[in-house]
Design a protein around this ligand. Structure first.
Ligand code: ZN
Length: 85
């Protein structure tokens, strides 16, 4: 909804930046953890990144888009994953 209109119905009545909530006290998030290196040292503290989500909701039809808040952190950790073949 970058242009401020709904891609489904074209309405400009967009409710932006709402935090996505989980259950009673839990917040929905994704978590990514650095994989173990080939020669894992005895003491190994993998880096990780976590992100919650913001929602933009069309007030006319309900279409919703999600935006990861910590997309930069997730991307940084994901680059530590070697491609599996
Ligand atoms: Zn809409």
């Amino acid at each position: 909804m970058n242009n401020g209109t709904c891609p489904r119905c074209g309405s400009a009545e967009i409710i932006s930046g709402l935090h996505v909530q989980g259950g009673d006290t839990r917040t929905v998030y994704v978590d990514i953890v650095e994989p173990d290196p080939p020669n894992r040292p005895f003491i190994w503290m993998p880096q990780n990144a976590r992100s919650q989500f913001l929602a933009d909701i069309c007030g006319a039809c309900g279409y919703t888009e999600f935006q990861a808040e910590n997309y930069k952190g997730l991307n940084e950790i994901s680059k530590k994953f070697s491609p599996r073949r």
